[in-house]
Design a protein around this ligand. Structure first.
Ligand code: INI
Length: 179
């Protein structure tokens, strides 16, 4: 989810403060030549496919080739970290992994376990492998909230996740962080 209007980044302030450092690193939403793995949950698939559509649109707009995208389907959000790890540690590792899921509180008594373990697993994978793994998993109280966060517009969480993936790959390869 993006910041609210009250708290969003002012690019002018960021540029001014960045100029006070020896280098300032930003990742572009540039995807040419990058290989992206997408792990998509089937649970609440009516929502996750809306996230997937928007993520694929964003990757396409950023220049990621169809041949460089692989999609793996998981039964539910709980299984997403294991698939993410498989992409991140494949013989030819992917540059970034996007996890897409929808955990809706109304659906389950173990909402907190499924959502929490999914988030923990995703973070574990990216920290242990060094490959960016993006948490594009909606965690909402209601179906209505999940529908709003997967609208076919700029606020779609799948679209944001695709941009986040490209930004992280590119920032990690830039300046003194790059090879
Ligand atoms: N999986 C989800 O992706 N979203 C949910 O809302 C959900 N609920 O409600 O239970 C859910 N459960 C399944 C879970 O992710 C695993 O697939 C299952 O527990 C088997 O390990």
């Amino acid at each position: 989810m993006t910041s609210s209007k009250d708290t969003e980044l002012d690019l002018t302030v960021a540029a001014v403060e960045s100029a006070r450092a020896g280098e300032a690193l930003y990742g572009a939403h540039q995807g040419q030549g990058l290989r992206i793995g997408i792990c998509c949950g089937k649970f609440n698939g009516g929502i996750t496919t809306r996230l997937l559509q928007a993520a694929l649109d964003a990757l396409d707009e950023a220049g990621v080739a169809k041949a460089d995208i692989s999609i793996a389907w998981a039964p539910g959000a709980f299984e997403l970290p294991l698939l993410a790890k498989a992409y991140a540690t494949a013989p030819r590792p992917y540059d970034a992994v996007i996890t897409l899921g929808a955990v809706i509180r109304g659906d389950t008594g173990h909402y907190d376990v499924v959502a929490g373990e999914c988030a923990r697993g995703v973070q574990d994978v990216q920290l242990t492998t060094g490959v960016p793994v993006i948490f594009g998993v909606l965690t909402t109280d209601t179906v209505e909230q999940a529908l709003v966060r997967s609208l076919p517009d700029e606020t779609n969480k799948g679209r944001e996740s695709a941009h986040t993936a490209l930004e992280m790959v590119n920032v990690l390869r830039s300046g003194s962080l790059g090879a």
